[in-house]
Ligand binder design. Structure first.
Ligand SMILES: C[S@@+](CC[C@H](N)C(=O)[O-])C[C@H]1O[C@@H](n2cnc3c(N)ncnc32)[C@H](O)[C@@H]1O
Length: 262
């Protein structure tokens, strides 16, 4: 992850965990799990496992004969994921520190590698895909989900301010537009793309327990003092959104890639 990007320290990790329990993000994981189509006995690696919500949902799907491993570069995320390591009907989730570009597992260890909203933080995506290929068995598959931040539609009382805030927030990622090139990079890395899908996120009417409402404080804090956005402006941007009530509107696209390591 770029040194100046979003740091998944204890505070951000806890805030993210709350955001990721919102119903719209739960639905996003349901779509990801449908694309994963796991079977009992599958061996799965979750790269950038985060708070472990997806890992915990996958565990009963692979059953006690399967394997769920998670790696992450953030100790605080791993500590949160550890609280979900024991899932009834599944194997104990195996968690360890590790980066997408240096995966701490032997070659051909997994049937499936999944990584949701992680590659957009990675400096060397081709290098990470090389690692994914190494740890996958022949004909194993990878499932990736990333956001293109040009897809944001977010109602505001001040569109120019919204644009300044979103431009500053793009600095939280290495590549805020990764999905538009990811198919090419997958093919060049020796994968065959088998499925590509848009996963739209939509919040209509202000709901504190939704993806976008949960991101407001994280964004306001991140953009303060960046790209010409001051702390007062960031606060005014956040306050405005919370007053929109039933008129609140947010939408953004994630893109889901399934590819085979043939
Ligand atoms: C936005 S969170 C997504 C968490 C989880 N995948 C999910 O969808 O719930 C991004 C996660 O990727 C991790 N991360 C960032 N760069 C990474 C890298 N190079 N290798 C492994 N994990 C990374 C962060 O620490 C964080 O836990």
């Amino acid at each position: 992850m770029g040194g100046d990007g979003l740091q998944f320290d204890t505070g951000i990790s806890r805030q993210m965990e709350v955001v990721y329990t919102a119903p719209d993000v739960v639905e996003q994981r349901r779509v990801v799990r449908a694309a994963l189509a796991l079977r009992p006995g599958d061996r799965v690696l979750d790269v950038g496992v985060g708070p472990g919500l997806l890992a915990a949902e996958m565990a009963p799907e692979v059953g006690p004969e399967g394997r769920i491993c998670g790696i992450d570069i953030s100790d605080s995320m791993l500590a949160i994921a550890q609280t979900r390591a024991d899932v009834p009907g599944g194997p104990r989730i195996e968690l360890e520190p590790g980066s997408a570009t240096s995966i701490p597992h032997p070659a051909e260890s997994f049937d499936v590698v999944v990584s949701t909203q992680v590659f957009e933080y990675v400096d060397d995506v081709a290098g990470a895909l090389e690692e994914v290929r190494r740890v996958l068995r022949p004909a194993g598959r990878v499932v990736l989900l990333d956001t293109d931040w040009d897809s944001v539609v977010w109602r505001s009382s001040d569109d120019a301010r919204m644009q300044r805030v979103l431009t500053a927030f793009e600095e939280h990622l290495v590549d805020p537009h990764l999905p538009r090139t990811l198919g090419d990079v997958l093919e060049k890395s020796g994968f065959t793309l088998t499925h590509l899908q848009v996963v739209p996120m939509l919040n209509v009417g202000y709901d504190a327990h939704s993806l976008s409402a949960g991101l407001i404080d994280i964004i306001a804090e991140f953009v303060s003092g960046r790209a010409g956005v001051g702390a007062d402006e960031a606060r005014a941007w956040a306050d405005d959104l919370r007053t929109l009530g039933p008129g609140y509107f947010f939408s953004l696209n994630r893109y889901l890639f399934v590819a085979s390591a043939l």
